[in-house]
Ligand binder design. Structure first.
Ligand code: 3PG
Length: 306
């Protein structure tokens, strides 16, 4: 009987775990759960006899893949799979998948939650500003980006996007203005919402030269990955520009360096973008279904490794 392990340091909502278990039970597989683990050793022990693994941002390293000698498939219940060692998976014939789009709305809603909190001075009673009429640049027009566009339009913002991998016609069809370069996006928009993945190419790509061109009262919203920010540049810029704010659900490593910036920064205590019951159910259930379809039918839709 195939064993499906859900290993989540940051647990899914209870209802999502129940949904996953139901699918696994119905398929006649064994269900196992490891939540809130604090030590890598717990994960290494739990994966030992697992045939399939569902994770969130949990790191599936070479060590984990090696420890999981029965492993055939790992599904990252979410979009970004920079936490999976794809080469290690491929070397061991383990199929790696993600569940694109399943948690995108939750991430987009959080981006706006944070933008409004910043625009209203964290609801401290002083006069803030409105989002209506402001320009927002969506950096990467994928699943999250298009939800951000829809919400921004509903709020009366002027919406721009840059994504070299998406046709301008697709962006235009949503009533969004495509821009030709990253530089143009940042120099045009007071608000920029980041939705790029963390790759070797994007790492630290959001740097001083780019950010310094943002218009007055600039706000960068990062619900993507902390690795894409050049942290030293960000600190330098925020020291120079008192009108620049940075909000993110992925706190930088050097959080204390932001203390001098008062109300111009906000970081959630944990990655929160996808942390809703709906997103947990969507991504978790999709992951479970993908595993059942793979084991029973060899379906490799959503495979991300070669
Ligand atoms: C994703 O890539 O899907 C999001 O960053 C969510 O990550 P999480 O599952 O760790 O909340």
């Amino acid at each position: 009987m195939a064993k499906v392990l859900v290993a989540t340091e940051k647990p899914f909502a209870k209802v999502a775990v129940e949904g996953i278990k139901e699918i696994v039970d119905k398929a006649g597989f064994e269900f196992a759960l490891l939540e809130k683990y604090t030590d890598k050793a717990e994960l290494l022990e739990a994966v030992k006899d697992a045939d399939a693994l569902i994770v969130r941002s949990d790191k599936v390293t070479q060590e984990v893949v090696d420890a999981a000698s029965n492993l055939k498939i790992v599904v990252r219940a979410g979009a970004g799979y920079d936490n999976l060692d794809l080469a290690a998976c491929t070397a061991k014939n383990v199929v790696a998948m993600n569940t694109p789009g399943q948690n995108s709305n939750a991430v987009a809603e959080l981006a706006f939650g944070m933008m409004i909190a910043m625009a209203r001075n964290a609801y401290n009673g002083t006069a803030g500003t409105e989002l209506r009429g402001k320009k927002i640049g969506i950096h990467a027009y994928g699943n999250v980006g298009l939800y951000v566009a829809k919400i921004a339009q509903g709020m009366g913002m002027e919406v721009f996007a840059f994504d070299p991998f998406v046709d301008d016609a697709v962006i235009k069809a949503d009533g969004v203005t495509p821009l030709a370069s990253m530089e143009e996006l940042y120099s045009t928009c007071q608000y920029v919402s980041l939705h790029i993945p963390a790759t070797e190419k994007t790492k630290e790509s959001i740097n001083y030269d780019l950010l310094k061109t943002m218009p007055a009262n600039a706000v960068l919203v990062n619900t993507a990955r902390k690795e894409v920010i050049h942290e030293a540049d960000m600190i330098k810029l925020m020291m120079e520009r008192e009108d620049f704010s940075y909000i993110s659900d992925i706190a930088p490593d050097n959080k204390n360096d932001y203390a001098p910036f008062g109300g111009r920064f906000f970081f959630t205590p944990k990655k929160m973008g996808a942390q809703t019951s709906e997103a947990n159910i969507n991504a978790g259930v999709a992951a479970a279904n993908q595993i059942v379809n793979f084991i029973n039918n060899g379906d490799t839709t959503f495979k991300v490794n070669k």
